[in-house]
Ligand binder design. Structure first.
Ligand SMILES: NC(=O)C1=CN([C@@H]2O[C@H](COP(=O)(O)OP(=O)(O)OC[C@H]3O[C@@H](n4cnc5c(N)ncnc54)[C@H](O)[C@@H]3O)[C@@H](O)[C@H]2O)C=CC1
Ligand SMILES: O=C(O)C1=N[C@H](C(=O)O)C[C@H](O)C1
Length: 234
């Protein structure tokens, strides 16, 4: 595949290495320093850019008939607008807050645990995410996905918030520590014990491999898909 990398930072560069190893060609490396390109040169685009750039990048792909994978977080207020445009233009799109196989398994584990804990009001939930200090958004997209899945499965919680321990709210603590690729922890605490599930990325390769696998899967399809469709888990 001829791949356009929309965003050539930490993730774009890791995706490049994995895509080349899998026999693909990188035809566009767009960044703030390199904003001029013709998206039609690519078979598919992989957007790992910035919260304020993602919607423009994705829209440009739809307008030019190029399928697009987006891993950029922090733009989800516009998610419905973007998926509506995809359908209108008969485009192809996958967004995932986290493309790694491990986190997608963790998402399923989190939903199952939330269902099991749903009527046990002696347990209070909390969530923590830890990332490197360059991260622009908080909480992380992955933490938001985890929280939304808990809200769907658990009777008590109707919303999430940063650092707010209220009865119907999932409190999320976001920590920023140099070099941490991404750690997510969900804890149910009672007066007698605690149950914790954790996913810890050792590096960015899992995210990057998942994005390339998603691009390989999406090519030739039309519609809005998720990593559940790609990985066939859950
Ligand atoms: N879904 C997932 O699995 C993962 C998502 N992410 C997300 O991916 C995004 C990128 O992460 P990093 O690579 O660590 O950030 P980074 O800051 O290292 O790189 C961002 C890149 O985007 C470029 N950029 C900014 N505006 C642009 C525009 N209009 N068009 C094209 N490129 C533009 C910058 O010049 C830079 O090259 C973040 O939103 C992060 O949260 C990161 C890791 C995994
Ligand atoms: O910015 C990052 O680095 C990451 N962002 C994603 C998120 O916001 O969840 C995924 C991963 O945790 C790394």
């Amino acid at each position: 595949m001829k791949i356009a990398l929309l965003g050539y930072g930490k993730m774009g560069k890791t995706i490049e290495q994995i895509a080349l190893k899998r026999g693909h060609e990188i035809v566009i490396k767009a960044s703030i320093e390199n904003p001029n390109y013709n998206i039609k040169d690519a078979d598919i685009a992989i957007d790992f850019s910035m919260p304020n750039a993602a919607v423009g990048n994705i829209t440009n792909c739809f307008n030019n008939g190029v399928p697009v994978i987006s891993g950029t977080t922090g733009w989800l207020d516009d998610f419905d607008k973007v998926t509506d445009l995809c359908k209108e233009k008969q485009g192809a799109f996958i967004y995932a807050s986290n493309f790694s196989l491990g986190v997608n398994i963790f998402f399923e584990l989190n939903k199952t645990l939330a269902k099991m804990m749903s009527n046990l009001d002696q347990y209070n939930i909390s969530m923590e995410e830890v990332h490197h200090t360059q991260k622009l958004d908080e909480p992380s997209g992955t933490a938001i996905s985890l929280a939304n899945d808990i809200i769907s499965e658990h009777n008590t919680y109707g919303k999430w918030a940063l650092n707010t321990p209220e009865t119907d709210t999932i409190p999320i603590v976001a920590k920023r520590i140099p070099e941490v690729p991404g750690t997510h922890v969900v804890t149910y605490n009672s007066t007698v014990d605690a149950i914790t599930i954790e996913h810890k990325a050792h590096n960015r390769e899992g995210f990057a491999l998942g994005a390339v696998v998603a691009a390989e899967w999406l090519l030739g399809k039309t519609g809005v898909f998720t990593m559940k469709d790609v990985l066939n888990i859950g």
